[in-house]
Design a protein around this ligand. Structure first.
Ligand code: AVJ
Length: 315
């Protein structure tokens, strides 16, 4: 079981780590949805502002007859692009890749009911598996003139270390053709106070989001974490250009995880690194794009220049 294997690997490593993709069980996904409403968590609002203002322009540049979204979730922000696409042409294909079958089914149902000209295809899986399934379903040798626009929004790219981000963009590039494009949403580098507040909010939702990974280990792997004996820490690591989230042990303790089985020792102040959320400059995105086989063509930003959407053209 991947969760068990990854928990074992992360908690026996030094320093200790847990992969941030395991935040998103049913409770974690609900907490994340709530985080997007926090005053401190500006990312979702800034990206929505960009898509509200520029969807028609983005669609005019990309001219897609097909949208392919990685990590679609409820596809709330995607609707601006779907509606712009359907203003340009009567019919549009939408392929959604998401880890959650429940979310995919609900999103597909809602989108089909709302948009008559929209064909919805769902691919359940993690990004790489979803891209592979999509590529297999869409081997259309010889077909031309049907441009695709891939969507990777929300600064979800930020959770990948640079080599992994490059590998993922290359995998996206591999399912696209020259002339197709990728719209990449990325949170921008900015002052420490704004970044740290976004990941350490006043009412403690982000702390709950972080601690839930320990509660999930307790639920799914018969872990015996005393969740109250860890505290949430968020810090901007400027050298690496990333906000790090940690869970810090407030005491010396040994935690059993019965389903593995495993005993994990913590000293007081020792941390588990649970998430990196990379922040980008325009040059960072340009370099990443070029190395993955894209060319940075346009950048749209919100009024306060906190967040940017980048149109990357396949070369
Ligand atoms: C969904 C990965 C973009 O890194 O900002 C929110 C997740 N972590 N608060 C981010 C998250 C802490 C979020 N992403």
């Amino acid at each position: 079981m991947p969760f068990a294997d990854d928990v074992r690997a992360g908690l026996t490593a030094l320093p200790k780590t847990l992969p941030s993709r395991y935040f998103y069980d049913q409770l974690g996904s609900a907490i994340f949805e709530a985080i997007t409403l926090l005053p401190e968590y500006y990312l979702t609002r800034a990206e929505t502002e960009i898509l509200t203002a520029h969807a028609d322009e983005i669609i005019a540049d990309a001219q897609p007859s097909r949208l392919i979204e990685l990590g679609s979730g409820s596809a709330q922000k995607t609707r601006y692009l779907i509606e712009a696409g359907l203003r340009r042409q009567r019919n549009l294909d939408y392929s959604a890749i998401d880890i959650s079958q429940t979310v995919l089914a609900a999103t597909a149902k809602a989108l089909r009911a709302q948009y008559a000209g929209l064909t919805v295809n769902s691919y359940q899986g993690e990004y790489y598996g979803g891209l592979r399934a999509l590529a297999q379903a869409n081997s259309r040798p010889g077909e031309t003139g049907h441009r695709a626009l891939a969507l990777f929004l929300g600064s979800n790219i930020g959770n990948f270390d640079p080599p992994e981000a490059l590998r993922l963009l290359r995998a996206i590039r591999d399912v696209l053709e020259p002339g197709d494009a990728l719209l990449l949403g990325a949170d921008l580098k900015k002052n420490r106070a704004t970044l740290e507040a976004a990941y350490d909010d006043a009412i403690g939702l982000t702390g709950a989001f972080n601690l839930n990974i320990l509660a999930r280990i307790n639920r799914e792997l018969r872990g015996r974490f005393k969740v109250r004996s860890f505290r949430h820490r968020a810090v901007y690591n400027e050298e690496h250009g990333r906000v790090e989230m940690h869970l810090v042990s407030t005491t010396d303790q040994v935690v059993a995880i019965d389903a593995l089985p495993l005993h994990v020792s913590f000293s007081q102040g020792e941390s588990i690194h649970t998430e990196s959320s990379y922040k980008f400059s325009r040059d960072d995105v340009e370099r990443l794009a070029r190395n993955a086989g894209f060319e940075l063509q346009y950048v749209w930003s919100d009024a306060e220049h906190r967040f940017a959407c980048h149109l990357l053209r396949c070369v």
